[in-house]
Design a protein around this ligand. Structure first.
Ligand code: DX5
Ligand code: ZN
Length: 217
């Protein structure tokens, strides 16, 4: 379904070759590029800070979708905005003031996303929908690529109904592949993040494999 956007997560790319990896996925039809920022505190893994994100920006011609798995969030919003994020997504579980965080993201002129861990109900975003451009439904516990999918189809359907006619994307993140994607889209998801399923079996020198993997999703 081409109205559904594919956002490959570069967490599954070759870490020594991000520039070419980003060019390869975009040449093969990626709609957005998903960047997973982890702090070793909110999640048990470490990835990229603002200087790395600024370096990715030089290669991303589509939309840079920055998923912050960090706590606290607010002290770093300005830095990720300056680094060139188009969308900045923060977790509701990352602190007591997600409403303030979303206001602060919007104040930078960037789009604001809110992410929900698998154990967090849809109701957690009910009073945030006019402040947000995207709700990210985690279908794994965040921290690593390549984990087993956790079915959140019911949560997606609840969110789509709650969102109504507001212009809010529903993004799915974790374990998305050709077998898990269709039910999520049917329930109302319109952005699919995929790491291992896009990069699997490919390389920057054979980018058509990435293209085939994206088409399969
Ligand atoms: C998980 C990250 C995801 C991850 C998805 O914490 O937020 O974006 O890269 O990887 P796959 O698609 O392999 O589950
Ligand atoms: Zn992510």
């Amino acid at each position: 379904d081409r109205s559904v956007k594919i956002a490959p997560s570069i967490l599954s790319a070759d870490f020594a070759d991000f520039g070419r990896e980003i060019q390869a996925i975009e040449a093969q039809g990626a709609d957005w590029v998903h960047v997973d920022v982890m702090d070793g505190h909110f999640v048990p893994n470490l990835t990229f800070g603002p200087p790395a994100v600024a370096a990715f920006r030089k290669h991303v011609k589509t939309v840079m979708d920055v998923h912050l798995m960090i706590a606290p969030v607010d002290p770093y919003i300005e830095a990720f905005a300056t680094a060139g994020a188009d969308i900045i997504t923060a977790h509701v579980e990352a602190g007591p003031h997600i409403h303030r965080t979303l206001q602060a993201i919007r104040a930078t002129g960037k789009k604001a996303g809110v992410a929900l861990n698998p154990g967090t109900p849809a109701e957690a975003v009910k009073h945030l929908l006019d402040l947000t451009d995207l709700v990210c439904v985690m279908t794994v516990n965040p921290g690593f690529g390549g984990q087993k999918f956790i079915d959140m189809t019911g949560k997606v359907a609840e969110l789509r109904a709650m969102i109504g006619d507001r212009p809010v994307h529903i993004e799915i993140d974790g374990g998305v592949d050709p077998t898990t994607a269709p039910a999520l889209v049917k329930a109302g998801a319109d952005v699919l993040v995929a790491g291992s399923a896009v990069f699997k079996g490919g390389s920057v020198d054979q980018p058509q494999v990435y293209g085939a993997n994206m088409t399969a999703i």
